[in-house]
Write a protein that binds this ligand. Structure first.
Ligand SMILES: Nc1ncnc2c1ncn2[C@@H]1O[C@H](COP(=O)(O)OP(=O)(O)OP(=O)(O)O)[C@@H](O)[C@H]1O
Ligand SMILES: O=c1[nH]c(=O)c2[nH+]cn([C@@H]3O[C@H](COP(=O)(O)O)[C@@H](O)[C@H]3O)c2[nH]1
Ligand SMILES: NC(=O)CC[C@H](N)C(=O)O
Ligand SMILES: [Mg+2]
Length: 509
């Protein structure tokens, strides 16, 4: 990529948002930790320095050497970045009397400055800092102020270096996108050529070159990411792509058949492997959530290994890894604490000797969906809710038995079909049912029942990292609860989960 923007991450919670905003301008960008500046900078046209939880005055604060960047490339320094440039170049940064967090309005903007083209006084900006720039660095020229912050924006004379105290990437900075456009397009002259179409062309060409005539095996889940990865690879290498869809016995009702059927129309070479018995055996007697996840992860690998051996001379394993997965494992703070062991992230054991291809590793989920649309993948498939690889096993609390799987499949199908019928499915990020390890007393036809409780969960989210429970209509909940209790033998009570993430997670295990 020769039209690339480098975002240096100092650990801000907003760094990913900067990347999203830049991509929304059809400009490609990559996030790199501040202490791992790429050796080769020739592909980069501009650099953005992120914010940070650190204070520049702290001894252990990020202190990167920018000598290969400043005066060579246009720089936009945000918040910590702006403070960093001031503090170490003759300016002064101090703790401000009040922590400034939230909305502010620009009160003064210097005339005729390219960074503020089309932005007028009073423009709302989002602040999030407790230090403040008291004095500008050498050759600093003030560009904007707010009533509380004198140096809300400055540039350095004689170089294309700009700095802002506020966060243009945050939605509440009304003209944030305009400011980024002013910097990237007008000042740094980066071309806006990052489109789904360009991505498909470039990726297919790269995959052809990388893989040549070798064979690739790919795990297909029926989900968005692996499907888009498969169609891209298919475009590049055709029949040398071998897709494997594993029935782990923990899929939704009828999903194995319907997903296989769906792929038939797409010209992909897909093999369905029914390994339900193997998974259920591996799970027998395990109640601990992490224990279940590990058993499933291991069985997936075993099944895959067996299948890969059946394909002669296969060299590559393709995965639908997307950018948030990648960022998490290289971020400034390192991989975050293990909350849950995602079955697919552990990597492959060395004995499999397959090289990994990940055509989507630089895309966000919404971009994956747009690439999918460009590839003319069915709208319904692209709009599917995410579904975890360990499937219903992490929605059945306690140990797994075929009977419990059956009950949950029925409940889940009623809930999901109901959402579709009520035109609610597309308004929800993800939904599902959870089978609780609890019996409750009920009365049906004058007889006492003592049966299972299920919880329904529906959340709104943009990336799964945070989520809110959905305010589903009472009428819908009432109807769904009735249908479940009447139709699913073994369930006599339905509850609705009203916890947000954090502190809860989306899945219960
Ligand atoms: N039943 C399955 N059979 C084969 N591979 C699977 C299966 N379930 C998951 N995988 C593999 O694990 C990867 C990760 O699953 P994950 O659910 O995160 O992504 P996805 O299913 O592709 O997309 P989505 O996030 O939309 O569900 C998949 O891309 C796929 O390669
Ligand atoms: O492929 C997956 N393998 C897993 O092991 C896994 N665990 C959770 N999820 C999905 O990730 C998102 C966030 O889930 P949590 O809030 O429960 O951590 C939600 O969308 C979950 O469905 C998984 N996906
Ligand atoms: N958001 C930021 O980059 C904050 C920078 C610095 N930690 C401050 O509090 O001022
Ligand atoms: Mg999935």
């Amino acid at each position: 990529m020769h039209n690339n923007v480098l975002i240096l991450d100092f650990g801000s919670q907003y760094t990913q948002l900067i990347a999203r905003r830049v991509r929304e301008l059809n400009i490609y960008c990559e996030i790199h930790p501040f202490n791992k500046i790429p050796n080769e900078l020739s592909g980069f046209k501009a650099v953005i320095l992120s914010g940070s939880p650190f204070s520049v005055r702290a001894e252990d604060a990020p202190h990167p050497d920018l000598s290969r960047i400043r005066k060579q490339l246009p720089v936009l320094a945000v918040c910590y970045g702006a403070q960093y440039l001031a503090h170490f170049n003759g300016g002064k940064v101090e703790a401000s009397e009040i922590r400034e967090y939230g909305r502010a309005n620009l009160s003064v903007i210097k005339d005729g400055e390219a960074l503020f083209a089309h932005i007028t006084e009073n423009s709302q900006v989002w602040m999030s800092h407790s230090d403040t720039i008291k004095e500008l660095p050498q050759n600093g020229v003030r560009l904007a102020s707010t009533p509380d912050v004198l140096n809300a924006a400055y540039r350095i004379d004689g170089e294309e270096t700009y700095a802002i105290q506020f966060h243009p990437e945050v939605y509440h900075s009304t003209d944030g996108k305009q400011l980024l456009e002013n910097f990237l397009v007008n000042i740094a002259k980066v071309e806006q050529e990052w489109t789904p179409e360009a991505f498909v062309d470039m990726t297919v060409a790269d995959l052809k070159k990388q893989i040549g005539d070798d064979k690739v095996v790919l795990g297909l889940s029926g989900g968005v990411d692996s499907t888009v990865a498969a169609v891209l690879l298919h475009k590049a290498i055709g029949k040398n792509l071998y897709c494997i869809f594993v029935n782990n016995g923990l899929l939704r009702k009828n999903e194995f058949e319907s997903v296989l059927d769906q792929y038939k129309h797409m010209g992909l070479n897909v093999k369905g492997v029914d390994a339900s018995a193997r998974f259920l055996e591996a799970l027998a007697g395990i109640s601990d959530p992490e224990g279940k996840r590990k058993a499933i992860g291991k069985t997936f690998i075993d099944v895959f290994d067996d299948e890969a051996h059946r394909i002669k001379d296969v060299k590559y394993l393709a995965q639908g890894t997307i950018y948030p997965d990648v960022i998490e494992s290289v971020s400034v703070n390192g991989p975050s604490v293990t909350i849950k062991s995602h079955h697919n992230v552990g990597g492959l054991p060395a004995y499999m000797k397959l090289k990994v291809v990940e055509p989507l590793r630089m895309l966000f989920k919404d971009e994956v969906r747009r690439v999918g649309a460009e590839l003319e993948i069915d709208k319904e498939l692209l709009g599917r809710h995410p579904f975890p690889g360990p499937g219903l096993a992490i929605r059945i609390l306690g140990d797994i038995t075929p009977e419990k799987v059956r009950i949950l499949q029925e409940v889940d199908a009623i809930f999901i079909n109901g959402l579709k019928e009520w035109m609610l499915y597309d308004k929800v990020w993800q939904a599902g049912a959870i089978l609780l390890p609890v019996n409750s007393v009920g009365v049906m036809g004058d007889e006492r029942t003592y049966e299972k409780v299920v919880a329904l969960r529906a959340v709104e989210s943009t990336d799964g990292m945070t989520a809110d429970w959905v305010n589903l209509p009472y009428d819908f909940l009432q109807k769904t609860s009735n249908t479940i209790i009447n139709r699913v033998k073994g369930v006599n009570r339905v509850v609705y989960d009203i916890s947000s993430k954090p502190p809860a997670t989306i899945e219960w295990e």
